[in-house]
Ligand binder design. Structure first.
Ligand SMILES: [Zn+2]
Length: 111
């Protein structure tokens, strides 16, 4: 399996990815590119992290889930976490409004 970011490196299974969620650091499984060092969180692990965060009561507003953007031929892609998808009942065909809130922040509203 090749890295989706640099497209040259092979991915190695790692067990020491640090993911931050609401100020809590979770050490989870995933993959790391041997070439560029990009880290990919295992989808199941990510879901489990959310489950744990909910149990700890740290999953709330403002929700901060760290995601990596990815590149597609048509631009930059941000995947919506499946928990949010369920919460909002997203079908993937909705129109959204994107507002810039600052230098490093934007908001997505479902219309
Ligand atoms: Zn890479």
């Amino acid at each position: 399996m090749k890295c989706a970011v640099c497209e040259i490196g092979n991915l190695a299974e790692v067990h020491d990815l640090a993911a931050e969620l609401e100020g809590y650091i979770f050490i989870i499984k995933g993959k790391r590119c041997l070439s560029c060092g990009e880290e990919f969180i295992d989808e199941k692990e990510g879901q489990q992290m959310i489950t744990i965060a909910k149990r700890l009561g740290v999953w709330g507003d403002p929700l901060k889930l760290h995601r990596k953007l990815s590149k597609s031929a048509r631009g930059t892609v941000l995947r919506i976490p499946s928990d949010l998808e369920k919460d909002f009942g997203l079908k993937g065909t909705e129109e959204v409004a994107i507002s810039k809130l600052g230098e490093k922040k934007f908001m997505v509203e479902i219309e």
